[in-house]
Design a protein around this ligand. Structure first.
Ligand code: NAD
Length: 427
């Protein structure tokens, strides 16, 4: 490759690392072009259709008042109401919330759910807030965005650092505002308030089903496979358990503080028992390697299940896995995807692999709307069908169009929003 081309690729990756919104736009543009849509369709879908910024005053425990900034982004509501989580994190920003809402449209398109994508966030650090402060912030957020959300408009859910308790407060606040019980306003609720069986493990189950499908495509056997998982929180730890139960050998796991690696296999039951609620377990051990070292270890299946931008142009050449299944959002850059694809590595992209969570959220909403609740087994069977069909559709698109699984997933995912917008006469 010429030096100018190499510099250009590195510059593009630098921009992507800084701004996931721009890289999402880049892939959406490529997907729409490959599908033969006009520039107008890209102009409509390159940005959220609606973005609300709110300021939320909260009485703190010491009687002071702190003003928090929050966002709600709705990418496209041509298909139906928008859907997506609310993130509580100090690094939340407008561009990230916009990108995340676009990813939700893509996930809902891939899984064929009757939703467009939405996402919300509040700039805050819940680890430094009391229970009471978090409750007042959650209720304040619902009051601030109440005009644009609702069971048939935009349905929030948990995301980073938000949980079923926060969903319960938000549902209660919305029900009080509207003066009727509205369980379908939000998903990820506690079971007693209309939450669905199987929601907690849904993302890891969806990732597991994608791994089973990917293994078949590569003619491998899951019960002989060596698996490395980065991240040991909700997604990573349940996945480790499901892999272990399936007879695979989990040889590496990690958290924010380091990684554990044993080519003979780790004691998953013990690690699950000892991890804390933030997904931390490596602090209990002295023989720890770095997260970067773990990613480059010999294995068959690598699952990034922690944070974004872990596999880049810098380390993609050294990854040994033949299958990468992205449980985390945005763990692999476009540059790294190209390198890995050229090397024949099968990448199951985030918008497909981690769609189990939104799928069971949809099941929760359906159960709330009909007031009739399903067993764990029923939820698991329905989730399996959605994930297998989604995987096969994306895989088939990648074969037909001779593109990698990421572009294929974007093509399958964006088509529904594009078609719905066209039929409505918007474009
Ligand atoms: P979590 O907070 O429960 O766990 C995160 C894990 O990552 C923890 O083990 C933490 O120690 C580790 N971690 C944090 N910073 C790290 C770093 N710098 N290096 C290595 N490890 C680090 O989160 P989760 O719910 O398991 O989500 C993990 C990823 O999966 C995120 O990217 C999230 O967006 C994505 N995801 C989760 C769901 C879900 O339902 N949980 C759904 C879709 C996507």
């Amino acid at each position: 490759m010429s030096i100018t081309k190499e510099v250009k690729r590195k510059d593009t990756e630098k921009r992507e690392l800084l701004n996931p919104f721009l890289s999402t736009q880049t892939i959406i543009k490529e997907a729409l072009q490959k599908l033969g849509y006009s520039e107008e369709v890209f102009e409509l879908l390159k940005e959220p259709i609606r973005m609300m910024t709110v300021r939320i005053p909260v009485k703190m425990d010491d009687s002071s008042v702190k003003i928090f900034t929050g966002y709600r982004s709705q990418h496209n509501d041509a298909v139906g109401p928008t859907k997506g989580g609310v993130r509580f994190h100090p690094d939340v920003n407008e561009e990230e919330v916009k990108a995340l809402s676009m990813w939700m449209s893509l996930k809902c398109g891939i899984t064929d759910l009757p939703y467009g994508g939405g996402k919300g966030g509040i700039i805050c650090d819940p680890r430094k807030m009391s229970f009471g402060e978090l409750e007042r912030l959650s209720r304040g957020y619902v009051r601030a965005v109440s005009q644009i959300v609702g069971p048939n408009k935009d349905i929030p859910a948990p995301d980073v650092y938000t949980n079923s308790q926060i969903m319960a407060w938000m549902m209660d606040e919305y029900s009080r505002l509207r003066e009727f019980d509205s369980p379908g306003f939000i998903t990820g609720k506690p079971i007693v308030l209309g939450g669905s069986q199987g929601r907690e493990t849904a993302t890891a189950r969806g990732v597991t089903i994608c791994i089973e499908q990917a293994v078949k495509k590569k003619n491998l056997q899951l019960h002989e496979a060596r698996v490395i998982i980065q991240g040991f929180g909700n997604a990573g730890s349940f996945l480790a358990k499901f892999m272990h139960d399936a007879g695979a050998r989990v040889i590496g796991i990690s958290d924010a503080y380091g990684a554990l690696y044993n080519p003979k296999g780790l004691d998953i039951e013990y690690l699950l028992d000892r991890r804390d609620s933030f997904g931390t377990v490596t602090k209990l051990f002295t023989k720890v390697i770095s997260n970067q070292e773990l990613l480059e270890k010999e294995c068959d299946i690598l699952v990034p299940a922690a944070i974004a931008n872990q596999i880049t142009g810098q380390n993609a050449h050294r990854i040994k896995a033949s299958i990468i299944v992205e449980a985390a959002n945005g763990p692999t850059t476009i540059e790294a995807t190209k390198i890995l694809d050229e090397r024949g590595v099968l990448i199951v992209p985030d918008i497909l692999a981690s769609a189990g969570g939104v799928t069971v959220s949809y099941f929760e909403w359906v159960q709330n709307n009909q007031g009739y609740y399903w067993s764990q087994e029923e939820v698991a069977n329905k989730l399996r069908k959605v994930m297998v069909d989604s995987f096969e559709n994306v895989y088939e698109a990648s074969q037909i169009h001779h593109v990698d699984m990421r572009i294929a997933a974007y093509m399958v995912g964006i088509r529904k929003s594009a078609e719905a917008s066209r039929f409505r006469g918007w474009i």
